[in-house]
Design a protein around this ligand. Structure first.
Ligand SMILES: Nc1ncnc2c1ncn2[C@@H]1O[C@H](COP(=O)(O)OP(=O)(O)OP(=O)(O)O)[C@@H](O)[C@H]1O
Ligand SMILES: [Mg+2]
Length: 403
């Protein structure tokens, strides 16, 4: 049966006299009916809702932005709310992770049908991985694809400085989420675990974890719950177990890196072979790193009045990120030349190396073939060599190096 989820929640709200919940789910039902082409039914329900609203329900409850619960002491909101539509958020994932995410979204969208066949789903997912790999962005993507508002818990205000208030805050936040169609997102869950660092806070941590578990357990199977953490080993195992789906995000693979460069460089991306070079060189960098270097390059190209970005500048930035800020590209020290070459051995041609080091191909070739323990030598490239390297972007069909 279609719309079972909404009908069940409207009935639940009506039985409990909870107008906010009834209103929120009737609104969702109206939206779904419209999407399904059931305009007459949608209009009729919307009309009923409008009449009820003017006669009985306070207008504030109908207005789109909901009032978010606040910490009693600091008066800070316990969450942020973002409304996104399908297609608003673009996420680039490695293929197997993309499949897991699509499956999750498909199950949640099919909750009606699954429930009607007495197969429940537990729509909860924890996303874990190092900083900058797109955990928060993935939660936004999922909410957008589901067409549900994203309510993101703010760990700074949730963890109250007043003993005992954190549990109260958690209850208020979960109550808020239970009463409307939404995705509740507990971002940076490890911040709760930080209480463990402070001996005085250990008792508080236990109370908070117990309260978190109780709140999660009290969710019926219809609130979509997402969590994210950088340090899943710091997370209480009982919290971890509450999430039915677990997704690990790692720094992107080479195809995803190429797609990220295309995405962030937008219409200014260089030719495909150059994007492949950048993607190969950017191994181990995160989506956040790729976004940063791409945006820097776009800014430079706008200021220089160029249409495309300078591949060489992006490459230089990648080299700095991977080998450290101190890497000295002013000198063709053999060790550095080889280290730069080894960042992307299949793509780093003599021409690119010469351009990166502002040197000449013969010099680079000599440095590459020099013994590994050589002391740093000053680049002896002639002025003419340097000028050659500076002239425009290097050709893309340079020889591969044999080391
Ligand atoms: N896989 C990705 N696809 C698209 N954009 C990404 C991806 N990874 C990172 N980004 C970009 O990098 C920015 C930072 O990513 P995000 O905040 O989601 O990382 P995070 O894993 O939540 O990091 P943290 O652990 O520091 O909170 C995002 O705004 C997004 O633009
Ligand atoms: Mg994040």
């Amino acid at each position: 049966m279609d719309y079972l989820l909404e009908i069940a929640r409207i009935v639940d709200g009506a039985v409990k006299g909870d107008r906010t919940k009834v209103t929120a789910y009737v609104e969702q039902l109206v939206r779904k009916l419209r999407e399904a082409g059931e305009a007459a039914a949608a209009d009729r329900l919307a009309k009923t809702l409008r009449q009820t609203a003017t006669s009985e329900v306070a207008p504030a409850l109908i207005a789109a932005p909901t009032r978010l619960p606040v910490d009693q002491e600091s008066r800070l909101a316990l969450a942020d709310e973002e409304r996104l539509a399908p297609g608003d958020v673009r996420i680039v994932l490695d293929a197997p992770v993309q499949r897991q995410v699509s499956e999750f979204v498909r199950f949640v969208k099919a909750a009606d049908r699954l429930l009607a066949n007495r197969v429940g789903i537990s729509p909860s997912m924890i996303i874990h991985g190092p900083p900058g790999v797109g955990k928060t962005e993935l939660a936004r993507f999922i909410a957008a694809e589901l067409g549900l508002p994203l309510i993101t818990a703010r760990s700074d205000s949730l963890i109250s400085s007043f003993l005992g208030s954190t549990a109260k805050n958690l209850r208020m936040l979960f109550d808020h989420a239970r009463n409307r169609p939404c995705v509740l997102f507990l971002d940076e869950l490890d911040s709760l675990a930080k209480l463990r660092d402070d001996q005085h806070e250990l008792g508080e941590l236990k109370r908070v974890v117990v309260s978190l578990l109780q709140n999660i357990d009290a969710l019926d199977n219809q609130t979509v719950l997402l969590g994210a953490t950088n340090h899943h080993h710091l997370l209480d195992p009982a919290v971890w177990r509450r999430f039915a789906y677990r997704i690990e995000l790692s720094p992107p693979g080479v195809d995803a890196r190429a797609a990220l460069f295309q995405h962030f460089l937008d219409g200014r991306a260089p030719s495909d072979p150059e994007v492949r070079l950048l993607a190969a060189a950017a191994e181990s960098l995160t989506g956040a790193d790729i976004r940063r270097v791409s945006e820097t390059a776009i800014r430079a190209s706008i200021l220089d009045d160029r249409e495309g970005v300078a591949t060489l500048e992006i490459l230089r930035e990648i080299v700095r990120l991977r080998l450290g800020r101190d890497v000295d590209l002013a000198h063709t020290d053999p060790k550095t030349v080889r280290a730069v070459h080894d960042l992307a051995p299949d793509f780093m041609t003599l021409k690119w190396l010469a351009a990166l080091f502002n040197s000449s191909e013969p010099t680079i070739s000599r440095r590459m073939n020099a013994g590994g323990n050589h002391a740093r030598q000053r680049d002896s490239a002639s002025d003419q060599d340097r000028d050659t390297a500076r002239n425009g972007p290097p050709a893309r069909t340079g020889r591969r190096l044999s080391t």
